[in-house]
Design a binder for this molecule. Structure first.
Ligand SMILES: Nc1ncnc2c1ncn2[C@@H]1O[C@H](COP(=O)(O)OP(=O)(O)O)[C@@H](O)[C@H]1O
Ligand SMILES: [Mg+2]
Length: 328
């Protein structure tokens, strides 16, 4: 890849230490995020999408722990930053928004002031100047009557407006990377489309890279430049979006695509791949998808496939592509 890589996750492993055993929620994940691009992370619920990026943000909590791998932000290793150093990076150089903004916003504090605090925490500007910047970002994210909304409490806003506030808060310090974890899942389809377009525009205007975690392949097709498909804590396929849809290779990705919901209709049932995500404490000996794979051969049950490169930048974790080189 010739573009400059702003975030690089290398062989990340995060485990949960539970009474029943060690759960490999993130099991050797490598992801490269080029500057100014939108990266889609897809996969069924429980595949490790959120935990991968909670690890990146240093937000993984007990009993979860990063046990291996390296995270580089703009070439700097941020894997083991101390809390104080991390708090300078988080919200400033890299920020994250979640599906339900109510859990991230303080219910007893006006939203404008909350965004202002985010600025004051990271940048040496006066309160007045910070307030101006809040109003600017509120306008940029399409919040009408920003002066009035500045003093609104979270519960006084609609779900769509709250999500706009969150995006504003995540973008106000002009981070290099914004991670959006299912930011539109709770919203209706019209609002969802607006929010996605807004993120696309900000990405272009500010040069911010966006990592969009979603289980909606339609959304991926619409807005992402690159896609990583995750299953049971591993990347099963990765490619440029165009290539992923043109030359869908992994049987798991093929399954996900068969049940693509259109952008204007919420998926009634998300996926129709038979079977369920395996219990991470009792993973199959071979490929983690073998128990649900229509194309599985004997070997798939006993050996673990690597990520094979089928064309430039297109990796597939399936023995059917083994004749190709191993992805590095
Ligand atoms: N608090 C926890 N204790 C034990 N295991 C957990 C905990 N939180 C998450 N996990 C494990 O991490 C896996 C990945 O979770 P997550 O990253 O939230 O999935 P996704 O975001 O893809 O839906 C889960 O399937 C579960 O096995
Ligand atoms: Mg999640």
């Amino acid at each position: 890849m010739s573009e400059s890589i702003v975030l690089e996750i290398r062989d990340l492993r995060s485990h949960f230490f539970t009474a029943k055993g060690q759960v490999p929620a993130v099991d050797g994940v490598s992801i490269q995020v080029p500057a100014g691009k939108i990266i889609g992370i897809v996969g069924e619920s429980g595949c490790g999408k959120s935990m991968t990026f909670m690890s990146v943000m240093g937000l993984l909590r007990y009993p979860g722990k990063v046990v291996g791998g390296t995270i580089f932000l703009d070439g700097r290793d941020i894997t083991h930053l101390k809390p104080k150093e991390l708090s300078k990076v988080r919200g400033n150089e890299i920020s994250m928004i979640f599906q339900e903004p109510m859990t991230s916003l303080n219910p007893v504090y006006p939203v404008g002031k909350q965004v202002r605090e985010a600025i004051l925490l990271h940048q040496k500007v006066s309160k007045k100047e910070a307030r101006e910047r809040v109003l600017d970002i509120f306008r940029a994210v399409g919040i009408s009557e920003p002066e009035k909304r500045y003093y609104s409490y979270p519960h006084q806003l609609s779900g769509g407006l709250r999500q706009r506030v969150m995006i504003g808060m995540a973008m106000v310090c002009r981070p290099k990377v914004m991670i959006a974890d299912e930011p539109t899942t709770a919203l209706d389809v019209t609002i969802e489309a607006q929010i996605l377009r807004l993120m696309q525009r900000l990405c272009r205007e500010q040069g911010t890279s966006i990592i969009l975690i979603t289980h909606n392949m339609g959304v991926v097709a619409e807005v992402c430049d690159y896609v990583y498909v995750m299953y049971a804590g591993k990347v099963m396929e990765q490619a440029e979006t165009f290539a992923l849809f043109e030359r869908t290779s992994h049987p798991y990705t093929q399954g996900l695509l068969r049940s693509i919901p259109k952008l204007d209709e919420k998926a009634k049932r998300l996926y129709t791949i038979e079977g369920v995500v395996p219990n991470l404490l009792h993973l199959p000996k071979g490929c983690s998808f073998c128990t649900r794979c229509g194309q599985a051969r004997e070997r798939c049950f006993s050996e673990r496939p690597k990520l094979y490169e089928t064309e430039d930048g297109h990796g597939v974790r399936c023995f059917a592509y083994e004749r190709e080189g191993v992805f590095v």
